[in-house]
Design a protein around this ligand. Structure first.
Ligand SMILES: C[S@@+](CC[C@H](N)C(=O)[O-])C[C@H]1O[C@@H](n2cnc3c(N)ncnc32)[C@H](O)[C@@H]1O
Length: 189
């Protein structure tokens, strides 16, 4: 995929992630889609669960308008430290070092234009809570849906169940996107 307009810090985040041996950074395809969705909204309120080292964040930050806000939640301080290095000073961005399961339970009343659920919480657990946090007209995006050889035995069943549940959800329209690791995009009716 040719990539015009790479986000700021893209190369540095890749390099830092390699040093940390963190190999879970988002695909470029996910990043490009995140950037597009985020840039479609004024006053966008965005939530990312699982900041990692900040690759998804870099794409979101690039698409986010000056009046947008992003909260990104990460459990492991070493991962978040890298994201903080690049984004802590951006007034639109709040980086939270907390277990996302707790964060969701404490923030159920918040509403978002886009939720990128990039860890178990908000995807395989706390799904109903997180779907309730999507505004009407807002998006919910997940990736890592295509089979990978290192998956545990039951993981594929879990993924298939999740995808079926989301595709049939009465409150959302859905669009499976079979590129990269496989994504599913929902839009709330
Ligand atoms: C797939 S990676 C995130 C990649 C990142 N979103 C990106 O775009 O490059 C998943 C991240 O979720 C974090 N994580 C795992 N369990 C978590 C939890 N319960 N709460 C918050 N973060 C969690 C991991 O430490 C890891 O950094």
């Amino acid at each position: 995929m040719s990539l015009p307009f790479l986000p700021k810090h893209y190369n540095a985040i890749q390099a830092e992630s390699r040093l940390l041996k963190f190999n879970q950074i988002s695909d470029d395809e996910v990043g490009v889609l995140l950037r597009l969705l985020v840039s479609s909204k004024h006053n966008a309120k965005i939530l990312e669960l699982g900041t990692g080292t900040g690759m998804g964040l870099s794409w979101i930050a690039q698409g986010l308008r000056h009046d947008g806000e992003l909260i990104s939640v990460e459990k492991i301080p070493e991962h978040l430290e890298i994201a903080k290095k690049f984004f802590e000073d951006d007034p639109r961005i709040q980086l939270v070092n907390q277990d996302a399961t707790l964060w969701i339970e404490e923030n159920k009343e918040l509403q978002f234009d886009l939720i990128f659920a990039d860890t178990w919480a908000g995807k395989f657990t706390h799904l109903d809570s997180i779907l309730n946090m999507v505004k009407p007209g807002g998006f919910y995006l997940i990736d890592d849906l295509n089979y990978q050889v290192d998956w545990h035995k039951n993981h594929q069943d879990k993924v298939l169940l999740l995808v079926e549940k989301l595709k049939c959800h009465p409150d959302f329209f859905s669009f499976p996107i079979d590129v990269g690791t496989g994504m599913l995009l929902l839009c709330k009716k």
